[in-house]
Design a protein around this ligand. Structure first.
Ligand SMILES: C[S@@+](CC[C@H](N)C(=O)[O-])C[C@H]1O[C@@H](n2cnc3c(N)ncnc32)[C@H](O)[C@@H]1O
Length: 240
């Protein structure tokens, strides 16, 4: 992924809008306590975590950990916040082990638009297991992924054409592992079957109004007309 934090910060209006909408929709399902530990997986340069999630946390939370595979993006995030309860942790969520101190440590784990980047089947399974293993009994998970979008079809078709094939070697690393599945919601939920599922929904937030304002779509105007049919999946789970 691109690790330019300032470019992401400039162009993530609708990630922030969606995360805000999703938190408003689902936060009533989350069980808040006193001194909760919170993690945001795939926090990147911190816009969503610090501008959307942090202000919506109850004031008595104990800790918010921004986790990301990119230390460069985390450095960018660190520069933006001086709240002592916010910590930063470089970690690959699909790695074979999780830090011991994080085992059953978090009351709430959030993740916005990260798990669709964990494209290998085994890596994706491990990511789900790691998230679950970091959760306290009674804790909850709220995550959102891009399940499918015509933009992925567009990239795949470009990669097959003579004109673009040389620029498209890594196209499979860009495509959500859920894109070609008919039952993406079920597949997403499967690794958590031993947990009590509180809510599962497939949402397509109406956000086309903001799209023309994004510099990303100015750079790639041909993708603008596809983006409205993007399908998102949000999942809220509670550990027994
Ligand atoms: C599209 S950005 C989302 C950033 C932020 N959550 C948001 O909603 O705007 C995806 C983030 O996931 C991170 N990421 C991708 N694969 C990861 C992995 N295996 N472990 C941890 N973070 C990962 C990327 O570095 C990137 O910061």
């Amino acid at each position: 992924m691109n690790e330019d934090g300032s470019l992401y910060a400039e162009t993530c209006d609708f990630q922030k809008q969606d995360a805000s909408c999703i938190l408003d929709m689902y936060s009533r399902l989350l069980k808040w306590g006193d001194g909760d530990h919170v993690m945001d997986v795939g926090a990147g340069e911190g816009s969503v975590s610090l501008e959307v999630l942090l202000p919506k946390l109850p004031t008595n939370f104990k800790e918010l950990v921004l986790a990301d595979v990119s230390s460069k993006l985390l450095d960018f995030a660190r520069e933006r916040c001086d709240d002592e309860r916010v910590n930063y942790r470089q970690m690959d969520i699909s790695s074979r082990t999780i830090p011991d101190e994080f085992r059953q440590h978090f009351d709430h784990i959030f993740s916005f638009y990260c798990l669709n980047w964990v494209v290998g089947v085994d890596e994706n399974k491990r990511a789900m297991k790691n998230i679950f293993d970091m959760l306290k009994p009674g804790g909850d998970i709220l995550f959102t992924i891009i399940s499918s979008t015509p933009i992925y079809d567009f990239w795949e078709n470009m990669a097959k054409s003579k004109r673009w094939e040389n620029y498209s070697n890594n196209v499979n690393n860009l495509i959500s592992p859920y894109h070609h599945l008919n039952n993406s919601a079920e597949t997403l939920r499967r690794p958590f079957q031993k947990t009590a599922v509180r809510n599962l929904s497939t949402t397509t937030p109406k956000r086309s109004g903001n799209i023309p304002r994004s510099p990303f779509f100015k750079m790639a105007p041909e993708t603008r007309r596809f983006s409205c049919r993007t399908k998102f999946l949000s999942l809220v789970l509670r550990n027994h």
